[in-house]
Design a protein around this ligand. Structure first.
Ligand SMILES: CCCCCCCCCC/C=C\CCCCCCCC(=O)SCCNC(=O)CCNC(=O)[C@H](O)C(C)(C)COP(=O)(O)OP(=O)(O)OC[C@H]1O[C@@H](n2cnc3c(N)ncnc32)[C@H](O)[C@@H]1OP(=O)(O)O
Ligand code: FAD
Length: 701
């Protein structure tokens, strides 16, 4: 290495010393230099932690939901973090075969722990979350079992659930096909009843009818709940779910008539490639009649279709359940990215040094705060709306069990809308966190690229986000059209006050005036109601409602977003009306709640102004208040992310380390890259040296 290289290194290290004064002796492998090494065990963020204005341990409980939930999650997080079998740092460098084998190994080790330690289903769920590697088990526990629970008869549940819960069979959820995903009624796979043999014949009549995407199908599953067109007596009777065995329980080979495999590599290194998303075709595969999930409709031995009194939509019930869990997962993924970006923003310094003093922590730049703190506030907002949605789902489930189906449409609209809203925001938020970390955010060791790659399909799976918002729009349009004779309830109750929401305008006169939950909720209600009513008025101009709906669909999507944002804001405010123990906890959450609401108001001020609810002056006052709120968040930022209680293992990020010891660890990690195993790169003699040694024929070059 030349002198200029050495002086560059020396300059870099003096900068490091400037930032983290406790570095002692770092050995720069490959450069023959003895540099300073960092002191392990030092908390570089301790000054930040001293600034907290609230009780962090109490905030951890508020985030977890209860002391018991906190203890359970903490126990599982540590169990995984302390077990070397769950190491994951090499994941992005593994080839596909190694990756899948590694995932199978981790899943097997996880299952062994679940059995040996007799973990409850709740503990097992947290264990899988902290193992932090998408695997066939997600679909087995998350969709296959719920599909049987929701759509199976008592007899079917008795037969299949014990096998599935002991993992004596492995299942997946095979709905999507090569040609159709969103349009479930357009699926082409057929299940034709054969009265001669009392069987269904599962068949894939076209290429586009091949099942395509189901997770766990490619290599792991022995069974699937397959969605197919029910054909009895030559007639089509809608799409239904069927339990179909795909592979031998002895040697795992595909059963006769079954063609099954993996669909290939997906976005990113490591990331979702640990999952075996699969392709499946049937060539007249026969299954017994009692393997059709028959809670909604039954096919009798004689080939008669019997409808039970549960609505047909219950066939979509598994999707309602999973969408609800996806909202809860959004807060986890966003909080994880925010934790990394916040800790790193407190460590990173740029500019502002005077007389050789320390430079400014980038977290102190207002621009950084205005990008980061709304994400932090959103993580909390999604956590609380997720908690509420879980309650809503549990309530619907209990009602369904008692044959009360009245709240199913609202549950569908809420789960679809909030799934869409939270996943789109989280996907964008993770990418924003990467940018907030500057260049280092682009390194795999920041944890952000893999988190992003794993997370973004959430905008597509379990319902494309636009398609789902259009479902919310249908629900809103219906609610508006029924206003004259039907009192709206639940999350649309505000529509019952539509006359005043259309007439009254915002009364806020000062920036402080925005620190009022009533003013905030009314602003979001008025905007949502006005946008929905406006869409209703526009739709009324069309003779054909479906044509009008299609024409106005972009506006309808915006009205749905306004409605869903209102739900998140009001559920955050409702949460703050509860008793939340701990010094300063409630006050800090109040600040976050206002940040969330006023950030949305600022971002979507076009809606608030165009609907005539706000004046430009009032919108500007909201923005003034937002700036003040950022200053209130600043001293609590690090402890607010500590309150997520994430282990360094789960975060999987050098930039987000709890101790903030970023630079030495980044440096160390670089030397662990296989490329640095040798000084001279493999391929040098074949491809580089001949160029260096070439005798140029054209003198001009
Ligand atoms: C660094 C490393 C990090 C590692 C992190 C690891 C963490 C792991 C993360 C990931 C791990 C696990 C998660 C992975 C899970 C992935 C699972 C993905 C699974 C899937 O994708 S399964 C396939 C899902 N498919 C869909 O969602 C299809 C979307 N389409 C539909 O839902 C519907 O078909 C439709 C769009 C609603 C159809 O519309 P259409 O109008 O055609 O509908 P119908 O005529 O059939 O019915 C209309 C009628 O029904 C009502 N309705 C519709 N859906 C529902 C419902 N779900 N529930 C109740 N009611 C419903 C609708 O309102 C109409 O009612 P109405 O007639 O108006 O009264
Ligand atoms: C990682 C991953 C895992 C998955 N796991 C599973 C699984 O386990 N099991 C399973 O069955 N499936 C699974 N899927 C499939 C997934 O559910 C579908 O991809 C999803 O429902 C979207 O359907 P699609 O692919 O048909 O999109 P399309 O509907 O083809 O969407 C393409 C575009 O068209 C637009 N569009 C479609 N319809 C309309 C409309 N009516 N109005 C306006 N715009 C429209 C969409 O907004 C989108 O922009 C998975 C997918 C992924 C990516």
């Amino acid at each position: 290495m030349g002198l200029s290289g050495i002086s560059l290194l020396t300059t870099t290290y003096s900068l490091i010393l400037q930032h983290q004064s406790l570095l002692l002796c770092l050995r720069a492998k490959g450069f023959g230099l003895d540099l300073k090494k960092d002191m392990e065990g030092v908390d570089y963020l301790s000054d930040e932690r001293k600034k907290a204005q609230f009780d962090v341990e109490a905030m951890k409980i508020a985030w977890a939901g209860s002391l018991e939930a906190f203890q359970l999650s903490d126990r599982m997080a540590k169990l995984v973090a302390n077990d070397p079998a769950f190491e994951k740092f090499t994941r992005p460098m593994l080839g596909r075969k190694e990756l899948i084998k590694n995932t199978l190994r981790k899943a097997a080790h996880g299952w062994k722990l679940i059995v040996d330690l007799r973990l409850t289903e709740e503990e097992a769920k947290w264990l899988r979350l902290y193992i932090d590697e998408p695997a066939y088990t997600d679909l087995h526990w998350g969709m296959f079992i719920p599909a049987i629970e929701g759509q199976g008869t008592e007899e079917q549940k008795k037969k299949w659930l014990p096998l599935a819960k002991k993992m004596q069979i492995i299942g997946c959820y095979a709905q999507t096909e090569l040609g159709h995903g969103s349009n479930v009624q357009g699926l082409e796979t057929t299940a034709t009843f054969d009265p001669q043999t009392d069987e269904f014949i599962m068949h894939s009549p076209t290429l586009t009818s091949s099942k395509w995407w189901p997770g766990g199908l490619g290599k792991a599953s022995t069974h699937a709940v397959v969605y197919a067109r029910l054909i009895v007596g030559g007639e089509f009777h809608g799409v239904h779910g069927f339990i179909v065995q795909l592979r031998s329980l002895d040697d795992h080979s595909p059963l006769p008539g079954v063609t099954v495999g993996d669909i290939g590599m997906k976005f990113g290194n490591g990331a979702y490639n640990t999952m075996d998303n699969g392709v499946l075709r049937f060539d007249h595969v026969r299954i017994p009649r009692d393997q059709m999930l028959m809670r909604v409709s039954q096919v009798t031995r004689e080939g008669k279709i019997m409808q039970s009194d549960v609505p047909r939509q219950l066939i979509y019930g598994t999707m309602v359940y999973v969408r609800q869990t996806i909202v809860a997962d959004a807060s986890k993924a966003l909080s994880r990215a925010v934790c990394i970006a916040t800790r790193y923003s407190a460590i990173r310094r740029q500019f502002g040094s005077r007389n050789g003093g320390p430079e400014t922590q980038v977290i102190d730049y207002k621009t950084q705060q205005s990008r980061l703190f709304p994400l932090l506030a959103s993580a909390y907002a999604f956590r609380f709306v997720g908690e509420w949605l879980k309650w809503l789902y549990t309530d619907v489930k209990e009602r369904l069990a008692a044959n009360d189906f009245s709240t199913l449409p609202e549950a569908h609209a809420c789960t679809a809308g909030l799934k869409s809203l939270t996943t789109s925001f989280t996907a964008d938020g993770i990418e924003e966190c990467r940018k907030l970390c500057g260049g280092h955010g682009y390194l795999v060791s920041s944890g952000l690229p893999e988190l992003f790659a794993v997370y973004i399909p959430a905008c597509t799976y379990e319902g494309d986000n636009v398609v789902l918002l259009l479902q919310v729009a249908r629900f809103l349009v219906k609610t508006v059209s029924e206003l004259g004779y039907k009192k709206p309830v639940g999350t649309t109750a505000y529509m019952g006050r539509v006359a005043s929401l259309m007439q009254n305008n915002c009364a806020v006169q000062t920036a402080e005036g925005w620190l009022n939950p009533g003013a905030v909720v009314e602003a979001f209600e008025s905007r949502a109601a006005r946008m929905a009513v406006r869409c209703g008025q526009q739709l009324a101009k069309y003779e054909n409602p479906e044509e009008g709906f299609a024409e106005l669909s972009a506006d309808l999507v915006e009205a749905s977003i306004a409605h869903c944002q209102l739900i998140v804001v009001s559920k955050f405010i409702e949460k703050l009306q509860q008793d939340i123990p701990g010094k300063g906890v409630k006050q800090t959450l109040e600040v976050l709640c206002y940040v969330y609401a006023l950030f949305l108001l600022h971002k979507h001020q076009g809606d608030f102004l165009a609907t005539g609810y706000l004046t430009p002056k009032q919108a500007s006052l909201a923005n003034d208040q937002l700036r003040t709120l950022y200053s209130k968040v600043r001293p609590n930022a690090i402890t607010l992310v500590d309150s997520f209680n994430y282990t360094d293992h789960y975060l999987g990020s050098i930039l987000g380390r709890y101790d903030g010891n970023v630079y030495p660890k980044l440096y160390e990690a670089a030397w662990k890259d296989p490329l640095n195993d040798s000084d001279v790169v493999d391929g040098f003699y074949e491809y580089v040296q001949p160029i260096l040694k070439q005798k140029l024929r054209t003198a001009k070059l």
